[in-house]
Design a protein around this ligand. Structure first.
Ligand code: SF4
Length: 330
């Protein structure tokens, strides 16, 4: 447990200013995320150095398709979340109290270093929401940078501007969820706010590599108009930002049937009019390859685990640059 950053006194206790929820936390209580507690009028982060799970994952699993393709990344998670999505895939750690092990920032760096022999490029803060693990992620990210490795956040993007600006210099890549492109969905299904997430995407994409994931839930966020609005908005920020549509399966409190394959394909076709790289997830081997946005040549075949690119990031057919950060080791 450590004293939290980003809070101030309030007439009813303390006000946390880490994320846009801005919880007012009375003595002895925790905020919405369950991990920040007011003890004696000091706010503590209860999950500092508490790791619920770790694994060496392919970078593509995050998903990050345009950041050191073919590498691996040591992935860590804690517990707690500032959203409460009805479909949460990781609800056992986000919304329950999982068993944890102690892992100091130095120990995490050492683990990452040991995995370099397995193509590990650094640490990903993932599984649960890293925004509410802020102090630990900041300390560990600084140490990872000093060790010459990379930091990756897999996040819902629900964090205030000031803490985001403080951590961004240490972050190399992010996958940010845009849960839907409608305000009501964010409020009803996730207990969040779309506008705050949009601000995070805009700021983060000016500072590091960003990819976006949208879980398509049938009947709730899969209308053509909404997908058009999402991809138009993202394309205006940067058409090279990869967008991953992920197929929903029933989980946690949501029991709608899985997203039809036809919906996934429709979303990809619409988004490709605005964006250069649009992928499908949770649909087997469909929609996972990278094509040149200019001539449509297959440049990274993730089914055969093979890259066709010359000079790291040039299309072999039309010589168009392919937006990729880092070495391609596929
Ligand atoms: S980080 Fe947690 S305690 Fe702080 S405002 Fe967000 S939900 Fe509330």
């Amino acid at each position: 447990m450590r004293e939290a950053m980003y809070y101030r006194p309030h007439e009813q206790g303390l006000r946390c200013s880490l994320c846009p929820k801005k919880c007012i936390i009375r003595e002895g209580a925790t905020g919405f995320c369950r991990v920040r507690k007011n003890i004696g009028n000091t706010l503590y982060t209860e999950n500092y150095g508490e790791c619920s799970s770790y694994a060496l994952d392919p970078i593509e699993k995050k998903p990050l398709y345009h950041f050191y393709p073919g590498s691996t990344i040591l992935s860590l998670g804690t517990w707690g979340c500032n959203f409460s999505c009805s479909f949460c895939q990781n609800w056992e750690i986000a919304q329950e109290d999982p068993k944890t092990m102690k892992l100091s920032p130095d120990q995490a760096v050492e683990l990452a270093r040991q995995e370099k022999k397995n193509r590990n490029i650094g640490l990903a803060y993932t599984y649960s929401e890293p925004s509410v693990w802020y102090e630990y992620v900041l300390d560990t990210a600084k140490a990872i940078k000093q060790a010459g490795m990379k930091n990756v956040l897999i996040t819902n993007g629900f964090i205030n501007r000031e803490p985001l600006e403080e951590i961004l210099p240490y972050i190399d890549a992010m996958n940010i969820d845009i849960k839907a492109f409608n305000k009501e969905y964010y409020q009803k299904v996730c207990a969040g706010e779309l506008e705050d997430v949009k601000e995070t995407v805009a700021l983060a994409s000016s500072a590091c590599h960003v990819e976006i994931t949208t879980l398509l839930v049938p009947g709730l966020n899969d209308k053509k108009d909404e997908i058009e609005q999402l991809s138009t908005w993202l394309g205006k920020i940067n058409a090279d930002i990869p967008l991953h549509f992920s197929r929903y399966f029933p989980n946690y409190k949501m029991d709608l049937p899985p997203t039809p394959e036809s919906t996934m394909i429709m979303a990809q076709e619409i988004a490709r009019k605005q964006l250069h790289y649009v992928y499908l997830g949770n649909l087997g081997e469909k929609g996972i390859n990278t094509y040149c946005p200019q001539c449509d040549k297959l440049v990274i075949d993730r089914k055969k685990w093979h890259s066709e690119m010359e000079n790291r990031n040039i299309c072999p057919q039309c010589k168009n640059p392919i937006y990729i950060i880092g070495e391609v080791s596929i």
